[in-house]
Design a protein around this ligand. Structure first.
Ligand code: ADP
Ligand code: MG
Length: 507
C-alpha cells in the first residue's frame, strides 16, 4: 500500500478548518440481548464463551423467530439519552436497515432511523489543556450488533489473502446505542484532542450509569471518526471521510490528526476528497480506503413490522432522570475535594483519562496518593510502551491490592513494579504473583543482619569509614546486601541495620 502524502499539521491548520463528527457505539451490558433471551457477551459474566454458544433462533434469523424488545436495554438507552441532555421521544420506532453481510444472518439490522429514542442533546468536554467544549448531540438510537467474522490464513487478519472465514454469532443481537454528534466546529488545532476527550467523556458517562463495561479493547465502545476540511473563509462543509471502529482513545486522536494531514495534502494539490469509509491501522498509525459511502446510501429503511413502537411513560422517564448519577464535570469537582489533590495533581489524573480508574482504586482501599501514583506513573508508562490504553491493562481492584502490599511492607516499590508486570501478563492477582514469582520483601531482620555482617566482613575498609563517621560509605554495603537478597529487601531498613551493626559490637 502506497503511503499517503501528509501535510505538516500546523500548515494544514493555517489553510483549512477541520470539522469533525463522531459516532460512538456503546454495547449495553444487559443480561440478555436486544431482541432475544440469549445471554449477552457484552456483559462480563458471559464474556468468555465458545463461538456460537450464546445464540437463539432470533440471533440467527431463523424462519418463524420473532424479536422481543429487551425492556432493560430500553431503560438503559433512556438513561443514556438523559445523561447526554437529550429529549426522549414519547414514541420511537425500530426500523430495518437492509444490507447483506455474512455476520448479519437476517440480511437486515434492526436499528432506529427517523424516530430515535433520544435526540438534541449536548455534552460538556474538557481538554487536557483546560479548554472546554460543548459538543452538540444529534441523536442516540438503539440497534443490535452484528456477529463477528474471523479471517483465517492470511497474514493481516483481513479478508484479503485469507483462506477461509469463520462466523461467530455470539455478538449478533447485542444491544447497542449509537450516539451521533452534529458536526463539531471550533476545535481547530485541538480537534484531535477534542475527539479523544469526547470519547473519554462518553466512557465516563456510561460507566457512571453502569450500563456498559465500556472496554474499548473489547469493542464495548467503538468510535467512527468523521473528518472534513474546508478552506479558511468557506461556508460550505468539505467532503468527509469516516474512519471506522477506532478502538482506543489514543487512536481516535491519532486517526483524526492523520486524516487532517492527509486530506490537507490532497486539497492543497487541487484534488478532491472521496467520501468513503476508511480503516484505521494501529501499527502504522495510518488510514486506508474502505468503501465509498454517499449520504444517500440506500438501505431501504422501513418500519420494523415485528415490533411495536417504544412508548415509555412520562413516569418512567422522570424516574430514570431522578436516578441519574452526577455529571462527569460535577464529579470531577467533588473528587478533587475528597482526595485533597492540588490543581496540578488532579489535572494529572483527569488529563490521563484515568479518573474513574483512580476513583475505583481508592474505593477498593488504596490511598488517593497511591492510586494516582500507580495509574499515572507505572501503569501509564507500560501502556504507552505497548501502545495500549492504560484503562484496560489492569483492574482497579488489583492496583489497590498492590498499593496495600506496599503499605504493609510486603513489597518495595521496585518489587511492586515487577508484581504489576506479572498481573498485566495475566499471572493472577498481586498476591498470587508475589507467591508464584517469590517476590515478597525479606522482612526477617535475622536474614538481613546475617547478610549485612557478611558484607561488612568482606569490606573492612568500608566498616572503618562508617565508624569514622563517613556514613555515605554505607552505600557499598547496602548495595551488596540488596544484591545478596536479590533486591527483595527494603533498602531503608537495610541502611538502618547497616549503621546499627557498624557502630555496635556485633560487626
Ligand atoms: P452515516 O450514516 O454516514 O454514518 P451519520 O449521520 O450516522 O451518517 O453520521 C455522520 C457523522 O458525520 C455525524 O456525526 C455528522 O455530524 C458528521 N458529519 C456530517 N457531515 C460532516 C462533514 N462535512 N464533516 C465532518 N463531519 C460531518
Ligand atoms: Mg452512522
Amino acid at each position: 500500500m502506497a503511503r499517503a502524502e501528509l501535510m505538516d499539521f500546523d500548515q494544514a491548520l493555517e489553510l483549512f478548518e477541520p470539522v469533525i463528527g463522531l459516532e460512538v457505539h456503546v454495547e449495553l451490558n444487559t443480561k440478555t440481548k436486544m431482541f432475544s433471551a440469549a445471554p449477552n457477551p457484552a456483559n462480563s459474566e458471559f464474556h468468555v464463551a465458545e463461538p456460537n454458544t450464546l445464540i437463539t433462533p432470533v440471533c440467527l434469523g431463523l424462519p418463524g423467530s420473532l424479536p422481543v424488545v429487551n425492556g432493560q436495554a430500553v431503560q438503559y438507552s433512556i438513561s443514556l439519552g438523559l445523561a447526554l441532555g437529550c429529549s426522549i421521544a414519547p414514541s420511537s420506532r425500530f426500523a430495518r436497515k437492509n444490507y447483506f453481510y455474512p455476520d448479519l444472518a437476517k440480511n437486515y439490522q434492526i436499528s432506529q432511523y427517523d424516530e430515535p429514542i433520544a435526540f438534541d442533546g449536548s455534552v460538556e468536554v474538557e481538554l487536557e489543556n483546560g479548554r472546554t467544549f460543548t459538543v452538540p448531540i444529534e441523536r442516540a438510537h438503539m440497534e443490535e450488533d452484528a456477529g463477528k467474522l474471523t479471517h483465517v490464513g492470511g497474514s493481516t487478519g483481513r479478508i484479503q489473502g485469507a483462506e477461509y472465514s469463520l462466523v461467530d454469532y455470539n455478538r449478533a443481537g447485542v444491544p447497542l446505542v449509537e450516539i451521533v454528534t452534529r458536526p463539531i466546529f471550533g476545535g481547530e488545532a485541538d480537534a484531535p484532542a477534542l475527539a479523544r476527550a469526547y470519547v473519554s467523556t462518553i466512557r465516563d458517562i456510561v460507566l457512571s450509569l453502569g450500563i456498559s463495561e465500556a472496554r474499548m479493547e473489547r469493542g464495548n465502545l467503538r468510535c467512527d471518526a468523521n473528518v472534513s476540511l474546508r478552506p479558511r473563509g468557506q461556508e460550505k462543509l468539505g467532503t468527509r471521510t469516516e474512519t471506522k471502529n477506532v478502538n482506543s482513545m489514543r487512536s481516535v486522536e491519532r486517526a483524526v490528526r492523520y486524516e487532517i494531514q492527509r486530506q490537507a495534502a490532497i486539497l492543497a494539490k487541487g484534488a478532491t476528497i472521496t467520501q468513503e469509509t476508511r480503516h484505521w491501522h494501529e501499527d502504522t498509525g495510518t488510514t486506508s480506503a474502505g468503501r465509498p459511502k454517499s449520504d444517500a446510501d440506500d438501505y431501504r429503511y422501513f418500519p420494523e413490522p415485528d415490533l411495536l413502537p417504544v412508548v415509555p411513560t412520562p413516569e418512567l422517564i422522570e424516574k430514570l432522570r431522578a436516578a441519574l448519577p452526577e455529571p462527569p464535570a460535577v464529579r470531577r469537582r467533588r473528587l478533587k475535594g475528597e482526595w485533597g489533590f492540588t490543581d496540578l495533581e488532579f489535572q494529572d489524573v483527569a488529563n490521563s483519562g484515568l479518573l474513574i480508574e483512580v476513583a475505583e482504586t481508592v474505593a477498593a482501599g488504596a490511598s488517593p496518593a497511591a492510586a494516582r501514583k500507580w495509574w499515572t506513573g507505572e501503569i501509564a508508562r507500560l501502556a504507552n510502551a505497548s501502545d495500549q490504553d492504560a484503562t484496560g491493562l489492569v483492574s482497579p481492584v488489583h492496583v489497590a491490592e498492590l498499593a496495600q502490599l506496599v503499605d504493609a511492607g510486603t513489597l518495595t516499590d521496585r518489587l511492586a513494579r515487577q508484581v504489576l508486570e506479572g498481573v498485566i501478563a495475566g499471572e493472577g492477582s498481586p498476591a498470587q504473583v508475589v507467591e508464584s514469582r517469590g517476590l515478597a520483601v525479606v522482612s526477617d531482620d535475622g536474614a538481613l543482619i546475617a547478610a549485612i555482617d557478611d558484607a561488612l566482613a568482606a569490606q573492612p575498609d568500608v566498616l572503618a569509614k562508617i565508624r569514622d563517621g563517613k556514613v555515605q560509605a554505607a552505600g557499598a554495603v547496602i548495595g551488596a546486601v540488596m544484591k545478596a537478597m536479590h533486591g527483595k529487601a527494603d533498602a531503608a531498613r537495610v541502611r538502618e541495620l547497616v549503621l546499627e551493626r557498624a557502630s555496635g559490637d556485633g560487626a
